[in-house]
Design a protein around this ligand. Structure first.
Ligand code: AMP
Ligand code: GLY
Length: 429
């Protein structure tokens, strides 16, 4: 069979790579793909972005099914368009993708269906927004309502910072339409985890747990990013907590969408804040929903998949996810992102990538912002590579990743040295 994956990031490289391991797969097209997907066996880059042209391609090539990686095409209705053309595609419809594309929609939805989340209010008037933060004090969190490519959330430590964020979004309109409304919510403390499931509208299949590292620098310092590294499994998610997350967050979300007349199909990613205490004491609150896989969480998650993923997608597309199972490698996978100089603000492009670690069964370099120009691999985006390893412990996976990074070279690369620290036994001391 031939498959189509939409996107160009590390998430899509890892997903297409794992799909290509199925003995049934002849080719995986990645549209538009990146420098890495252009070189991986069985993957082929496809230089088409327009939805109608992709539909024509999928028809002509008899694509068995399409999987959409990023949120923007989902929010723009790519799934609706493929389905209207009678093509099989895995992802949420435009209506369902509002869980990610509008923070106000997501918050109102959670409130309506009793899903725990931070207290909030939504504003379009900067004066009213400022009065609200003056009443609540800092720290406080300001979020642009719409999609802002990872630049829409400000965790303000002071009232000054909060006011600046409001001026930036509501006053100066720096984020355009996405920032024309803001959600202001209470600051939550705890440990973050990423909980990602597949949905077929009714049934839910949980993927392996994972944790991301959102800040640019070691010790969780510096600006927020799209994610600087991740690992799977996340030891904080014990079996007891797993059950609570399914019962308290995931199932009420899928059922709530159904009750609101929207069938949720596709990946559903709940960004969670887990409070302190024993498993039964911990608070579990949803920080956000994404209607897609996480990046970089997908890279370690895919390293651990032992099953034929095509069969899982076929169940998801047929409404029989309750009959699907994924076998996970019991080892730990860990991915370290190498970002370009200037990321996340203004990433520099066109730096030659002079050295890459060799890919093996336990060490893969997934590409994101890379491209070939005149046969030279160069940087072409903020997050450039994600070196992902599989090993018997978090420590070993971490050591292997940094060893591989010592054989990976491009000018101006930035990476964290402490990916996985929360999962190391020493951090529990
Ligand atoms: P979001 O895109 O909503 O997940 O926000 C991006 C990041 O901001 C999260 O991964 C958290 O690190 C942080 N964040 C978001 N909301 C809150 C909150 N209510 N309290 C504390 N941190 C938050
Ligand atoms: N790693 C966070 C995200 O994909 O949104």
């Amino acid at each position: 069979m031939k498959l189509l994956v939409i996107g160009s990031g590390g998430r899509e490289h890892a997903l297409a790579w794992k799909l290509s391991h199925s003995p049934r797969v002849e080719k995986v097209y990645v549209a538009p793909g990146n420098g890495g997907t252009s070189q991986t066996p069985l993957l082929h880059n496809l230089d088409i972005q327009d939805t109608d042209a992709l539909i024509a391609f999928a028809r002509q090539e008899k694509i068995a099914f399409t999987v959409v990686g990023p949120e923007a095409p989902l929010a723009a209705g790519m799934v609706d368009a493929f389905r209207a053309a009678d093509l099989r595609i895995f992802g949420p419809t435009r209506a369902a993708a509002q869980l990610e594309s509008s923070k106000d929609f997501a918050k109102a939805f959670m409130l309506r269906h009793g899903i725990q989340t931070a207290a909030y209010e939504t504003f379009s008037d900067p004066l009213l927004a400022k009065a609200y933060i003056a009443r609540h004090g800092a720290p406080i969190v300001i979020k642009a309502d719409g999609l802002a490519a990872g630049k829409g959330v400000v965790v303000a430590q002071t009232l000054d910072e909060a006011e600046q964020a409001i001026d930036h979004m509501l006053g100066d309109g720096k984020l355009g339409e996405a920032g024309a409304r803001v959600v202001i919510e209470a600051f939550l403390e705890g440990e973050e985890a990423s909980f990602i499931v597949m949905c077929d509208g009714q049934h839910v299949l949980a993927l392996a747990t994972s944790q991301d590292h959102k800040r640019l620098c070691d010790n969780d310092q510096g600006p927020n990013t799209g994610g600087m590294g991740a690992y799977s499994p996340a030891p904080i998610i014990t079996p007891a907590l797993h059950n609570r997350i399914m019962r308290e967050i995931i199932l009420p979300t899928v059922q709530g969408m159904r009750r609101d007349g929207i069938l949720y199909t596709g990946f559903l990613y709940a960004g969670l804040m887990i409070g302190p205490g024993t498993d039964s004491q911990r608070t579990i609150k949803a920080l956000e929903f994404n209607c897609r896989l996480g990046d970089p969480e997908t890279q370690p998650i895919m390293m651990r998949v032992k099953s034929d993923l095509t069969a899982v997608f076929e169940h998801a597309l047929s409404g029989t996810l309750d009959q699907a199972e994924i076998e996970w490698d019991r080892r730990t996978a860990l991915g370290v992102v190498l970002a370009a100089h200037g990321y996340p603000g203004a990433p520099r492009q066109n730096d030659p990538i002079s050295q890459l670690a060799p890919d093996t069964d336990t060490c893969m370099t997934f590409h994101a912002g890379t491209t070939y120009r005149d046969n030279q691999l160069i940087t072409s985006g903020g997050r450039v590579l994600c070196v992902t390893t599989l090993a018997d412990s978090v420590l070993r996976a971490q050591q292997a990743a940094y060893e591989a990074i010592s054989h990976t070279q491009f000018e101006g690369r930035q990476y964290r040295n402490d990916i996985g620290w929360r999962a190391l036994p020493s951090s529990k001391a």
